[in-house]
Ligand binder design. Structure first.
Ligand SMILES: CC(C)(COP(=O)(O)OP(=O)(O)OC[C@H]1O[C@@H](n2cnc3c(N)ncnc32)[C@H](O)[C@@H]1OP(=O)(O)O)[C@@H](O)C(=O)NCCC(=O)NCCSC(=O)C[C@H](O)C(=O)O
Ligand SMILES: [Mg+2]
Length: 295
């Protein structure tokens, strides 16, 4: 699979026509057109129609287009599936996945509703059961009928369902975040951090982006356009990091190092696993550069 930057992942309510229009021009790497919790029950049908039309019309350029459906066990799930599965969205995001069986059933329903093969599935990790089943849910990716290729943390629902508070540093949630992350990586999935609700608290947001990057998330889900630029900055490798990665790669490419497992570069011990990490970092930096020159 080609490496895609997924630094900034902006939710927008499917009922908000202005936001859907703006999605085509904002510098987010991924847009999530939401039919679930951002949309009031009275607006569900309008939102479904608007999102289906927006995805069909296209015009999102390099942005990955994700549609979040209502739960397939809700009054709107089946209608959402019929309208959105064949739309050509890059990803269908399923809310409140709690067990691997949820993904197996959804995969069948998505195929039956006419989704093209290229449409992938991401799972919202946002229930207490999902935290207990994270490894088994991620392992469902081995069954290709699930189409599973990513996790999205739902920290608002986790707070609601567990009573854990969302506090600076997120100590009450760190075990869940890191367990979900390990589960995702064990099975080759992308994983995105939850949202920061305090739109006006820019310093707090920057701190949480840096934490999420250091924890290993690919990017962070967002709720407002003002969060895109700082999020992109936090999840882009710094020039110094890219230069160091290139130095490591070049060092291992030297003929005298061809048979060595560990070498010294500029006073530091570097192993072949560091060269692998360096290649990944350079690939993501190149993908970001390509994204930023695109529309
Ligand atoms: C939070 C908001 C309701 C705030 O809206 P508003 O007060 O209208 O914001 P502004 O006046 O500052 O808007 C300025 C302009 O930006 C556009 N805008 C705002 N938000 C978005 C957006 N998300 N995407 C695209 N464009 C957006 C406005 O239209 C204005 O445009 P212009 O007319 O040109 O000036 C609102 O930001 C919002 O609805 N945010 C998204 C909420 C959402 O999607 N929530 C669901 C996901 S969060 C979640 O719960 C995740 C998970 O499930 C969990 O459990 O944790
Ligand atoms: Mg949620």
């Amino acid at each position: 699979m080609p490496i895609r930057p997924r630094r900034s992942v902006l939710y927008m309510p499917g009922s908000n026509a202005r936001a859907l229009e703006k999605a085509r021009t904002l510098p987010a790497d991924v847009v999530i057109l939401d039919l679930e919790d951002a949309v009031a029950p009275d607006a569900k049908e309008i939102a479904r129609g608007q999102v289906a039309q927006a995805v069909r019309e296209g015009g999102f350029g390099p942005r990955e287009v994700v549609v979040r459906l209502n739960g397939l066990d809700t009054a709107w799930g089946e209608g959402d599936l019929k309208a959105l599965a064949p739309s050509g969205a890059d990803v269908i995001l399923l809310p409140k996945v709690s067990r691997p069986e949820d993904l197996l059933a959804a995969g069948k329903a998505i195929a039956a509703a006419g989704a093209p093969e290229r449409t992938a599935v991401w799972a919202m990790m946002e229930t207490p059961l999902a935290m207990l089943n994270a490894g088994a849910i991620a392992a469902a990716a081995a069954d290709r009928t699930t189409r599973l290729s990513g996790f999205v943390m739902g920290t608002n629902d986790l707070a609601k369902e567990t009573g854990a508070r969302i506090v600076p540093g997120r100590a009450p949630m760190n075990a869940w975040l890191m367990t979900s992350l390990a589960a995702a990586r064990a099975h080759g999935l992308a994983i995105l951090d939850g949202v920061w609700n305090e739109i006006a608290d820019e310093a707090g947001f920057a701190r949480e982006c840096a934490e999420a990057r250091d924890m290993g998330f690919d990017g962070k889900t967002l709720i407002h356009p003002s969060q895109i630029a700082p999020c992109n900055a936090a999840f882009s490798p710094a020039e110094k990091e890219v230069a160091w990665a290139r130095t490591i790669i070049a060092a291992f490419d030297q003929p005298e190092n061809a048979a060595k497992g560990a070498i010294q570069v500029e006073g530091r011990m570097v192993e072949r696993l560091h060269a692998e990490m360096a290649r990944k970092l350079v690939a993501i930096a190149d993908a970001i550069a390509a994204r930023e020159t695109a529309a």
